[in-house]
Design a protein around this ligand. Structure first.
Ligand SMILES: CC(C)(COP(=O)(O)OP(=O)(O)OC[C@H]1O[C@@H](n2cnc3c(N)ncnc32)[C@H](O)[C@@H]1OP(=O)(O)O)[C@@H](O)C(=O)NCCC(=O)NCCS
Length: 180
């Protein structure tokens, strides 16, 4: 278990999969992600099996939050690193909070801060990057709050809901993160 302030990350269990399928098929959650086609529990189970084959640092994690100070922990989403380049010591990071009632309460920011700490302090990464759609200002704001800066814009790099959407490239370097 990896702890932050009222947020924690734990290994994903098989029992979590139906909940992930429900969240990731929710159009509002999916809008920020890249899975545009509805997907099944069967494909999620295949994803989970593949996950077990990966080295532990490369395995996605379940997100739990404590909505009330010292209250119960609640499973709300998932996140983690992918596309590792261990020689360059870089990876991409991704996150989703599937329980929409917990959006805009600072939990996404806290989780991303915790993922950065884990990425830099435990995995010894030097550069953590992400891609975020221009029509996702909530995510962009959360990322800026923890130190992500824009590196570039991929114009019309995504298509959803009948329109092309620009994609921002953002990153945090270890040196900048240490100064925060
Ligand atoms: C993106 C996500 C992780 C953010 O988590 P969150 O807990 O809602 O975010 P936070 O509350 O920590 O921060 C959101 C910030 O955006 C702001 N915000 C919300 N809607 C906004 C909007 N339309 N325009 C500008 N800012 C907005 C909030 O006010 C808050 O900023 P503040 O603390 O300065 O007031 C979460 O909403 C989510 O999982 N969404 C669905 C999946 C997704 O889009 N994942 C990201 C893919 S790149």
């Amino acid at each position: 278990m990896i702890y932050g302030k009222r947020v924690r990350l734990r290994a994903i269990e098989k029992e979590d999969l139906p909940q992930f399928v429900a969240w990731l098929n929710d159009p509002e959650v999916r809008r920020g992600l890249s899975n545009v086609i509805p997907f099944s529990l069967t494909s999620e189970e295949k994803w989970f099996e593949d996950l077990q084959e990966k080295p532990p640092p490369e395995q996605s994690l379940a997100i739990e939050i404590q909505p009330e100070e010292n209250g119960e922990w609640v499973f709300v989403g998932g996140g983690g690193f992918f596309d590792f380049d261990w020689r360059v010591r870089q990876a991409e990071v991704g996150i989703h909070i599937g329980e929409k009632k917990y959006w805009d309460q600072g939990f996404g920011t806290r989780v991303m801060r915790l993922l950065l700490k884990h990425g830099f302090d435990t995995l010894n990464l030097n550069r953590i990057s992400l891609r975020v759609k221009d029509n996702n200002p909530r995510a962009i704001r959360a990322y800026e709050k923890v130190g992500f800066v824009e590196e570039g814009l991929l114009r019309q790099a995504y298509f959803y809901g009948g329109e092309y959407v620009d994609m921002h490239l953002m990153s945090v370097l270890r040196s900048a993160w240490e100064e925060l």
